[in-house]
Design a protein around this ligand. Structure first.
Ligand SMILES: [Ca+2]
Ligand SMILES: [Ca+2]
Length: 259
């Protein structure tokens, strides 16, 4: 990324997000990122606790699925690991993600679709107020994007749920045995300054996917590049801002000279 674009991205994050923690989907990559844990995410998921069906289809992709066994996708198995775990029970999907049982359920047109089984990967991350967590993710599914059940890919931070998406967003070609994919998207979250300035906090990050409505026809959550970008130091902010102003003035002079 061009240095100016990086500064603008950092500035936009800093201006837009400090008042309250917010999630947003942006396409910029973090600058000066610190990779959490193993880089790339290894098949051993170093530093992660993984429950359910998980694998690494390449060196840097962690794949979680809703597949319990091959019967989940008869004729086109997407089973890749040891089998999904149940929801709606103690030590099930919800509790492993720091959620209450029922928190992953949904209703569509008055019909309740309960979370039934899935997979979770979690780890503790150390962050300072103002730091930004980001990762790339893709929802993969054999559910029909229009008529399929509303399986859910999600993240939680300290027990707070961020719904990433359902198979309805998977209208592109999938991979890894899945017919449909959402394409790669970026999740970012800047931690609010609600624990005191410069305070360090350990917070539980969980990533997961669940079948909802029934246990067949698998969905998956693919994850890449989980990073924490440190909060910009005041000196860096000054440089970034003056750099933007200088570039703006340069561009103005250049346009004037051109005319
Ligand atoms: Ca399903
Ligand atoms: Ca399943």
């Amino acid at each position: 990324m061009h240095p100016l674009a990086s500064s603008l991205a950092a500035l936009a994050l800093g201006v837009a997000l400090p008042a309250a923690a917010q999630a947003s989907v942006i396409v910029t990559q973090p600058v000066e990122a610190t990779i959490i844990g193993a880089q790339p995410v290894s098949p051993a998921f170093d530093g992660w606790s993984v429950s359910g069906d998980a694998s690494a289809p390449s060196d840097n992709i962690l794949l979680l699925t809703t597949a319990f066994d091959a019967s989940d996708d008869a004729g086109g198995s997407a089973v890749v690991g040891s089998g999904a775990i149940a929801a709606q029970q103690p030590r099930g999907v919800e509790e492993l993600a720091g959620l209450n049982i029922g928190a992953l359920d949904t209703s569509v047109d008055g019909v309740l679709h309960q979370a039934l089984e899935g997979s979770v990967a979690s780890r503790t991350v150390w962050v300072r107020a103002g730091d930004t967590l980001s990762f790339r993710w893709q929802l993969l599914s054999n559910e029909d994007p229009v008529a399929g059940l509303p399986d859910l890919a999600f993240a939680t931070l300290g027990g707070r749920l961020f719904e990433l998406g359902t198979p309805h967003i998977a209208d592109l070609q999938g991979f890894g045995g899945f017919q449909h994919g959402s394409g790669w998207l970026t999740f970012t979250h800047t931690f609010a300054d609600d624990a005191g300035p410069l305070a360090l906090n350990n917070i539980e990050l969980a990533l997961g996917v669940v079948d909802r409505g029934d246990t067949s026809t698998s969905t998956a959550l693919a994850i890449q590049g989980v990073t924490v970008t440190p909060v910009p130091e005041p000196a860096t902010w000054g440089l970034g801002l003056s750099g933007i102003l200088a570039a703006g003035a340069w561009g103005w002079r250049r346009r004037r000279a051109h005319h």
